[in-house]
Design a protein around this ligand. Structure first.
Ligand code: G4P
Length: 525
């Protein structure tokens, strides 16, 4: 079922994720993108939905206890004849591997920085994943409405700290605390904004030509144009080729709170971010967008509805036309999978989805056998490469509290591992029944313990370990590492050997003493 519409539909799609450190303004910006796209009439709707969701208590108890959102949501909206898919990376302070995996399903990223803070830890970690995938990244310098750091200084910081050359497309006009508008550098125009109450509706824009801008904005205007001249002089101008290669980042300034600069960003998502491209399979061969349906699971969300204990697998479509009800093949098992229960998810709300195209995400309900990274296809078989596992930083030993429940414990560990809740490591030398769980955030462990108790009826005792950093190794080096103190070698379920070290300093010492050993960095490290 080859289809020309698949090419046209794919060309209309933009699928991206927002990466940021908590509090940089991701939620606010998401709302404002929806506002400018006309998907919500007034900003505030997304937060209101979140509130209602907690009130109707159809999410995990844990989520309610912590008052945070564990799940990533997928928002789809139309803008200027395009279909935009916004994959939301979980916004809580304590993120998990899911946050990283979302980036495997995105074609571009928007990095939101708080102009007063610049690059923060989580932004850096997430950006490293974008870099590893050569994901084109747009940058939004947020909170320019209030006193912050000099934008030029932040441009330098991007270069110095993450080796990313920013090419500002807009530049702020106004003194700190009084942002008047932005210069659109491509057109040399000054766009002056008027604030609206709480930024609930779009900020009126006025195009002001240079002479009037100088007369009316005085020093603020002169300063902004001088800075733009400086940017011209160093050649910090849009370069689409290097942007698409993930080497430069078009930068936008603004304020998600007051809506300043949001429209420019949204236009750039449509104009600059790439549409879905043919994906390479595990052998490096691209599957054309117009070939029959294929996609891969990038996230499994269990237990969205405790009454039914169902499981939703989020599938990023890579090729072809998806029609609800079609039967596809689950590549790892070779079994058919019926897609009768396909949903789109807007925030926490599910709607049945009838069709979808490359770049879109569908949620498959009752996906008991689908695991993270699994390929689904129709007709011609394909296997997409596995989603990289990320460098764990936390390690804890898990034991069944009650040995009579060890069968349930084992089953639960296996299932949660498959869903990608935690990484499971074992010491093959010792054959200990207690696995070591590895993750990037404490939340992963909390979810693991909670679900093992509530879904599998197996209480868990977690004991922390002194290990802090992991490297990928091979069997030769592993043999040597096993007799090195402060190091432990474990095997992950996918067969990869991981060497755990008690501290980065200790790792550095071992690396310095034995430069010939295999100790490879993992993604996100
Ligand atoms: P996050 O999802 O990245 O964690 O950030 P979120 O949007 O929740 O924003 C964090 C805080 O920063 C919020 O304030 C929000 O209002 C504020 N904020 C976001 N964008 C801007 C901006 O452009 N300018 C200014 N000045 N503030 C911004 P809060 O007090 O924590 O919450 P709220 O009571 O305002 O909702």
């Amino acid at each position: 079922m080859s289809s020309v519409p698949a090419l046209a539909e794919a060309a209309r799609r933009r699928t991206f994720a927002i990466i940021s450190h908590p509090d940089a303004g991701k939620t606010t910006l998401t709302e404002k993108l929806l506002l400018y796209a006309g998907a919500v009439a007034e900003a505030g709707a997304v937060k209101a939905r979140a509130g209602r969701r907690r009130a109707t208590s159809d999410w995990m108890e844990l989520e309610q206890q912590r008052g945070i959102s564990i799940t990533s949501t997928v928002l789809q909206f139309g803008y200027r004849g395009h279909v935009v898919n916004l994959l939301d990376t979980p916004g809580h302070r304590d993120f998990s591997e899911d946050t990283y995996r979302v980036l495997a399903a995105a074609d571009a990223a928007v990095m939101v920085l708080d102009a007063a803070k610049g690059i923060e830890t989580q932004t850096r970690k997430l950006f490293e994943v974008c870099r590893a995938r050569r994901l084109p990244t747009l940058t939004f310098l947020n909170k320019c409405d209030r006193p912050g750091r000099e934008p030029l200084e932040l441009v330098d910081e991007l270069q110095d700290q993450i080796d990313l050359r920013a090419t500002p497309l807009t530049w702020p006009v106004g003194i700190p605390g009084d942002l008047r508008g932005v210069i659109d550098r491509r057109h040399g125009a000054f766009v002056r904004y008027t604030r609206t109450a709480r930024g609930a509706v779009a900020a009126p824009e006025e195009l002001v030509e240079a002479a009037r801008a100088e007369a009316e904005e005085g020093d603020a205007w002169r300063r902004a144009t001088e800075e733009c001249n400086l940017l011209d002089a160093v050649g910090a101008n849009l370069d689409v080729k290097s942007f698409l290669a993930g080497e430069t980042s078009p930068l936008f300034v603004g304020s998600a709170l007051t809506n300043f600069g949001v429209r420019h960003l949204l236009d750039a998502i449509v104009d600059l971010a790439p549409p879905p491209a043919p994906r390479n399979d595990a052998d490096g061969i691209a599957r054309g967008l117009d070939e029959p349906f294929s996609g891969f699971v990038f996230k499994v969300q269990a237990n969205m509805d405790p009454a039914h204990r169902d499981r939703v697998a989020f599938v990023r479509i890579c090729s072809g036309h998806f029609e609800r009800g079609m039967t596809v093949t689950h590549e790892p098992s070779g079994r058919p999978f019926a897609t009768k229960y396909a949903t789109s998810v807007f925030g926490a709300e599910r709607d049945t989805i009838d069709e979808a195209w490359p770049g879109d995400v569908v949620g498959l309900v009752n996906a008991a056998d689908l695991g993270v990274g699994d390929t689904l296809f129709a007709e011609a078989p394909v296997t997409y490469p596995p989603i990289p596992r990320f460098a764990p930083e936390l390690f804890a030993v898990a034991r069944a509290r009650d040995s009579s429940r060890s069968k349930q414990f084992r089953r639960g560990v296996e299932q949660l591992e498959q869903e990608g809740v935690v990484q499971v490591l074992r010491d093959e030398e010792v054959g200990d029944p207690a696995p070591i769980l590895a993750g990037v955030g404490q939340m992963q462990f909390e979810v693991f313990v909670h679900r093992l108790e509530h879904e599998f009826g197996a209480g868990v005792e977690l004991t922390s370990t002194p290990y802090r950093v992991a490297r990928r190794t091979d069997s030769q080096t592993a043999a040597r590492l096993r007799s090195t103190s402060g190091v432990r070698v474990l095997t992950r379920t996918d067969g990869v050997l991981l060497a755990l070290f008690e501290s980065p300093n200790w790792l550095a010492r071992v690396e310095a003493d034995h430069p010939e050993w295999t100790l490879d960095r993992l993604v996100g490290d």
